[in-house]
Design a protein around this ligand. Structure first.
Ligand code: TYD
Length: 395
């Protein structure tokens, strides 16, 4: 199998490494390049960043930080309880417990290598393994707790480098009739929305259904259903069963997704070469917007110091000269500086009266944010976004 590099996004820091000072010594940078795998059609980073550099006891992301996500996880938990009548559930990447906490009446186990987060769920009385997901860990868990009816993993499998081992360990931990539910950003949506910021150190992969089908076959898993989600700007919730389990029928929508992806050209290298050209144009156009606003001596802040925005800021070389500071609701981010671009982050207390423009770092919550910031828009405040193309939003 060949891996072909199709886009070079330049030097990038660890997105989760929110800095304590604007002038750090020895900030770690790596080259962010994207690759196409000829056989599996998988899209990955060209070089992976060592997991311990990213997932450690300083991990800042809290899955429960937004109302949208809290509600989404709560309603999904109710749906799973109803649909699969499960007596046991394992979550890989349980973060701050926003999902797994809803299963306190059945056997619920979390796996979370970031110790600060694992501590949170342990306090919630969810047995949590503060380790990376491996085949060895899956054996350790099933020895103690048995196999599972449901395994759930949101925004985590795309972070794990060794995919074959990951899926084999999942198959190993499922009951025969068990279901594995994976949620990760959709490659098709990222390509359509030109959201190249879906690529950063943690996202070792951005999955298409086509690639997921190709890479899970040898682990004895197959896709039987797919739901499209709005989270992270467009994600897929993919339901897997064991190939040998004939209880679940393969839904028509699986074939529908595969044929849609084929129509788009998800299997072709040319699609990615075209994407790369569009990304370069998007960069030029975003920089022009920032330069024009700065010339007019207007004040720009950033809204939501997301991991995604790290890719945009570092790729487009947008720093403090353009964005005065970011506001963000995550307590662990406030008082820090954005990685690489070194822009101060303030705790969100509304948008100050002297702000003219706010760059939507959290563009995936555009609806929630625009609703919340009606006052800002009413007084003439505007948002800047780069998705699906760089532009100013004034209503
Ligand atoms: P997230 O959606 O997880 O994106 P990523 O995975 O790229 O980091 O992060 C959203 C960030 O935006 C999080 O730090 C919270 C912040 N945020 C706000 O500050 N205000 C808001 O109204 C919303 C919705 C999010």
């Amino acid at each position: 199998m060949k891996k072909i590099n199709f886009l070079n996004l330049g030097k990038h820091p660890i997105t989760n490494n929110f800095l304590s000072t604007a002038n750090p010594k020895n900030e770690f940078f790596y080259n962010l390049k994207l690759s196409y795998h000829t056989e599996t059609k998988l899209i990955s980073l060209n070089n992976f960043v060592p997991p311990k550099k990213m997932f450690n006891n300083k991990y800042a992301h809290r899955a429960s930080a937004s109302i949208t996500m809290r509600e989404a996880y709560s309603s999904l938990a109710q749906k799973i309880k109803k649909k699969f009548n499960s007596k046991s559930i394992l979550e890989i990447g349980s973060n701050d417990g926003v999902f797994i906490k809803h299963f306190s009446n059945i056997k619920n186990i979390g796996v979370e290598p970031c110790k600060n987060l694992a501590e949170l769920t342990t306090k919630m009385k969810v047995k949590t393994y503060d380790k990376f997901w491996t085949f060895q860990l899956s054996n350790q868990i099933i020895k103690k707790h048995g196999k599972f009816d449901v395994i759930y993993s949101a925004n985590t499998i795309s972070h794990i480098h060794k995919l074959d081992e990951t899926f084999k360990a999942i198959e190993n931990s499922l009951n025969l009739d068990g279901v594995f539910i994976l949620e990760d950003p959709s490659l098709l949506k990222s390509l359509q929305k030109l959201s190249y910021d879906q690529f950063y150190d943690e996202h070792a992969y951005v999955f298409s259904i086509t690639a997921l089908k190709n890479i899970t076959k040898k682990s004895g898993l197959e896709i039987f259903n797919i739901e499209e989600l709005k989270t992270h700007g467009g994600s897929n919730r993919v339901f897997f069963k064991k190939i040998k389990n004939k209880k679940f029928k393969i839904s028509k929508n699986v074939y529908h997704h595969l044929s849609n992806e084929k129509k788009f050209g998800i299997h072709k290298l040319k699609t990615y070469r075209d994407f790369a050209k569009k990304v370069q144009k998007s960069k030029e156009s975003l920089i022009k917007i920032f330069q024009k606003i700065k010339k007019e001596k207007k004040k720009i802040i950033g809204y939501g110091a997301t991991y995604k925005s790290s890719t945009v800021l570092n790729f487009c070389k947008i720093n403090k000269n353009f964005i005065s500071y970011f506001v963000d609701t995550t307590p662990t981010k406030s008082g820090k500086f954005t990685p690489g671009s070194r822009i101060p982050i303030k705790a969100y207390k509304g948008i100050s009266d002297d702000v003219d423009y706010a760059f939507l770092g959290a563009w995936n919550f555009k609806k929630e944010i625009l609703k919340k910031e009606k006052k800002f828009i009413k007084r003439g405040g505007k948002f800047i976004t780069h998705v699906p193309y760089p532009r100013i939003i004034s209503k």
